[in-house]
Design a binder for this molecule. Structure first.
Ligand SMILES: [Zn+2]
Length: 200
């Protein structure tokens, strides 16, 4: 029993170390599933690192001007394309390949990058925040993950962006495992169910 508990403790500690580790971009390897927090960690943006400082990730499939049908839209000045990767936030849609800075930049700030953990022990999930890990095991080699990401970029074959059913986390987990998974959405769904049970 003591040996099992000690094994669980070691696994949970290993997962937590990875979850809280901010990544040094020099440590990244092609095929890594990474994410960057948005709005103080309320949600996160996910992608697949493909080497040489580039990330393939899935963003809105509608232009900002269509999404923001608001008078406020004018206040978003059209920034020129990124000099490093030529990413143009007003033109590029769907599956995109950008530099790390464009991946982790949100509202003019660069946010830290973290590893999404596969094969996390269940006990680790009790301590996790949503969008950071899964008990699912990544079934593909790093090369296969990178190839899948490039294939989806070439074909633009990931469909329409949908916050609940087809988002950036679905894209990255699909490249890793062939399955679309979104721990962020399942977390909020569970939370909603829990609140409903409390108030009914
Ligand atoms: Zn860039």
């Amino acid at each position: 029993m003591a040996a099992i508990l000690s094994k669980i403790k070691t696994e949970a500690e290993g997962t937590l170390r990875l979850l809280w580790k901010k990544i040094d971009p020099n440590d990244l390897k092609p095929g890594d599933h990474i994410y960057s927090h948005r709005r103080y960690g309320l949600y996160s943006h996910h992608g697949i690192y493909v080497g040489d400082g580039f990330v393939i990730h899935f963003i809105q499939t509608e232009t900002k001007n269509n999404v923001l049908r608001l008078p406020k839209a004018e206040k978003f000045a059209h920034r020129p394309p990124c000099p490093k990767c030529l990413y143009d936030e007003y033109k590029d849609l769907g599956v995109v390949r950008t530099c790390l800075d464009c991946f982790c930049c949100h509202e003019e700030k660069l946010h830290s990058i973290r590893y999404f953990v596969y094969g996390a022990p269940r006990v680790g999930l009790l301590l996790k925040k949503s969008g950071t890990c899964t008990t699912l095991v990544s079934s593909r080699t790093a090369n296969e993950v990178v190839e899948e990401a490039y294939e989806l970029l070439r074909s633009q074959g990931f469909g329409e962006y949908n916050l609940c059913q087809n988002n950036c986390e679905h894209f990255a987990t699909f490249c890793q495992t062939g399955k679309k998974l979104c721990t962020q959405m399942s977390f909020y769904h569970d939370l909603e169910e829990w609140v409903k049970r409390r108030i009914s």
